[in-house]
Design a protein. Structure first.
Length: 355
């Protein structure tokens, strides 16, 4: 009798959402697994997908019933919801919701996300015109009546991680300033996974920097006394989590390919910083950003031994083929410094965006 009463109460409390826009808004959902009947299963055929900035990608997700070959029972409307997991996993960001003929996308995903729907059980999400902020883990949730299940897909972007500190010198950025500094240089603050992959590829940097989850870390491939001790093992050193407003460190930024042309401007004379800015403008371009020189170096193999101004007032040059007088020991973006903008003379790197 008690079991019957419980089932009656469940039937009374559960109501199908009305299929208007309000039903697509984020709300609290209580998940209840039905004891009888086919169990809903949600499956991602690939756990990790690779793409690049500006590209299009499909995040795979399909749903089935455990004991049948059909997509749904037909008695309840299927609700598909995609969210993005934050780097600290403390919350989820709404991306896209669909139920019946109704669709709703959120934030900067609006106009860029769609369901593939190649079959009646296909809940795969298409993301177009990928931006750097799209990197991360996405959750596909399918709800049918009292049943629901989820799958997680990681979207990785081809790109490069680089350490950054401003003209003021090392350890001068709180977390929010670090985020802005990366954005100003055509990049975003890197995640731990991105920094870890960069370390595995050989990145070695002794200054600690912010990551997107609010932690402060740095990668060491060659242990030495000033960087944790010469007898320690290589790895990504973790300072832990610090006050995002008061604590100050450098930052690790991440950038991907770009839709444009990066180049060293051939000019009859060396230039001050202001002259360099104007020379790029006169050539139909803009002075290049730090993220753009790193992307050109890492992803395009750009190689030039001429030091040139960049937008943040720094002077750098990219070497892909180490040689005498041009970074003889390693391929790298060489950092000259932040020279006097009014009196020091250098070349300039420009960037012309494609329409």
């Amino acid at each position: 009798m008690k079991s019957l009463l419980f089932l009656v109460l469940i039937s009374v409390c559960w109501a199908e959402p009305h299929p208007d826009n309000s039903s697509l808004e984020h709300g609290r959902i209580i998940h209840i697994q039905a004891e009888n009947g086919p169990r809903l299963l949600v499956v991602a055929e690939q756990a990790k997908i690779f793409s690049h900035r500006g590209g299009n990608v499909t995040l795979p997700c399909k749903f089935y019933h455990e004991h049948t070959s059909t997509a749904g029972s037909g008695t309840h409307k299927i609700r598909v919801k995609w969210t993005k997991l934050t780097s600290d996993y403390l919350k989820e960001v709404d991306v896209f919701v669909a139920m019946g003929h109704h669709r709703k996308s959120y934030g900067n995903y609006q106009g860029r996300v769609f369901l593939r729907e190649s079959s009646e059980n296909d809940a795969s999400l298409i993301i177009t015109s990928i931006i750097l902020e799209d990197y991360g883990r996405y959750k596909c949730e399918v709800i049918e009546g009292l049943e629901d299940d989820t799958a997680v897909v990681a979207l990785n972007l081809e790109g490069v991680v680089f350490p950054y500190s401003p003209r003021l010198g090392r350890y001068n950025l709180n977390f929010h300033e670090a985020q802005r500094a990366c954005l100003d240089q055509d990049s975003v603050i890197a995640s731990f996974d991105q920094l870890y992959d960069a370390w595995r590829s050989g990145l070695d940097w002794c200054n600690a920097g912010w990551l997107s989850d609010g932690s402060v870390q740095y990668p060491i491939t060659k242990p030495r006394e000033p960087c944790g001790g010469k007898n320690t093992v290589p790895g990504v050193r973790n300072y832990g989590f610090w006050d995002k407003d008061k604590s100050r460190y450098d930052v690790f930024c991440f950038t991907s390919n770009f839709n444009g042309r990066f180049y060293y401007l051939i000019h009859p004379t060396k230039l001050t910083y202001d002259e360099a800015v104007q020379a790029c403008l006169k050539d139909g371009a803009q002075i290049a950003k730090v993220g753009q020189i790193f992307a050109a170096w890492k992803l395009l193999g750009y190689d030039r031994c001429d030091a040139g101004w960049l937008a943040d007032g720094s002077v750098r040059y990219p070497i892909s083929r180490p040689r005498k007088r041009c970074s003889p020991n390693e391929a790298a973006v060489r950092f000259v410094g932040f020279p006097d903008k009014k009196h020091k003379l250098y070349g300039v790197y420009c960037f012309r965006a494609y329409n």
